[in-house]
Ligand binder design. Sequence first.
Ligand SMILES: Nc1nc2c(c(=O)[nH]1)N[C@H]1C(S)=C(S)[C@@H](COP(=O)(O)O)O[C@H]1N2
Ligand SMILES: [Mo]
Length: 509
Amino acid sequence: MILLPITEGMKLDSKRSTGGLAVLTGISGVVGSYVVTGLTASFIASPIESALARRMPGMILTFAISTLGNRAQWTNLVLAISLSVILLGGLTIGVVLVGMKIDGVIAAMGLTIIVSWTVSYLLTEAPVAAIGTGLAPGLVVILHMTVLNDTDTEAVSSARRRIIKGGIATIATGGAYTLIPSLRFPRDESNGDPTSKNLTTDNGGVETIEQELLSVAKKRSLEVENLAPLVSRDFYEVDINAINPTVKRRSWTLSVTGKVGQEKTYGFQDISRMPSEQRFETLRCVGDPLNGKKMDTALWTTTPISELLYQVKPTSDCSCVVLRAVDGYYEEFPISALRNGALAYRMNGGPLPPKHGYPVRALIPGHWGEISVKWLTEIEFLRREITGYWEKRGWHGTGPVTTVAKLHVVNHLEGNRVQIGGHAYAGTRGIMRVEVSIDGGKSWTDAQLNEPLPGIDVWRQWSYTFQPRREKHRVVVRAVDGDGTLQPKEPSSAIPDGASGWVNRMIRR
Ligand SMILES: Nc1nc2c(c(=O)[nH]1)N[C@H]1C(S)=C(S)[C@@H](COP(=O)(O)O)O[C@H]1N2
Ligand SMILES: [Mo]
């Protein structure tokens, strides 16, 4: 029986009831943890998920990324949650049996709480957040053994009742936590971190400069309905983990190590007090499909990496460097790319958001987004080349971006005119021209471009309006980069070198 009568011998006397209690305690432990932490690093499944992300064999991950895209990490998360349920459930069964032997229900509950809390704490290193993981299974154990004591003799209906009662117990536990919002941890570290406030005083006028630049970007945007602005409202996100690491500004450090004249470690204030530089910069993921949307632009407040290089004096035998991060992510690339890189700690007029690498991320102009490492902790100058996270998994994403012109907007205007538009990007080469064909590539006309944003690595908006003469038009778009090079026509898939080719689309009148 799953529900143990206190008055009798009180033991778990059937296999099925033991299994049921295990499932319920396991689930309630994970739910309890989630309710307190949300999807943060303190959530019990988080370290398991990140271990999975680090160890996932290349072939499986590449397959998952190309078929599932961003959802690949969510399969890891589901797996991690299941493992957490099994772990907690399995442990509590043993613990309940021991507790019953020692001293009965209260001991069983107490031990359950202690063991679940300990497991959660050991995994997440978050003692307070682990309270959620401990209390919920404890409550389930006591509810099972007392309040929901089963006296029904009819096996089938009692089994069903047990499941219903167990479910209610679990939901009630979750609900109880939810009603105590003070238990919840701030999900947005940059809002909850007190050290994130006193920045502007140190950096005199940073916010004013940011606001001026953002209004420049607004003025230079083309007025085309539905066209995403020059500074993205919803910046894409690509992470190896479904759950972002939580990093505090106070304890964050950046070490510069390896083949350097002098190794050095910097705190957040060391970085943010160096001369700052505001940059508009576009990022595009090497996994972005040809006409995809993993390409965005922001205004970043940064410390140029050259400031640090000047201090540490790197000497590398392979002219290569690796950037490492809190989440176990790392990417290796040539030092030449690092030289005009920057350490970004503010984005679009506010602190760098947690999902974009709080408190500090790298920004490497002109290259695929993957080497712009978020939650940056170490810059190591190497003796010999190593293979980065994505390159181990079959991608070639450490080099410069390809040229692309996207077609995202089709507006039907008055007078039967059709307006089309999008963004074009060629990294540090810049965009000189975007050409449009409405006859499948036979003839070409220049599109209108926005006045470029200041910056060495920014996209441009384009738009073109025409009067359709047929029912359907095969529209093709192509970009010419700042060197005068026309982008290659042949389409290629994102993996391994990044998608390229001319975007085309059938447009109806
Ligand atoms: N630490 C860390 N840095 C990272 C990643 C990551 O998973 N972990 N993803 C990389 C990839 S593949 C890209 S395209 C960019 C995306 O940056 P965003 O999420 O801010 O858009 O971050 C890069 N930096
Ligand atoms: Mo990426």
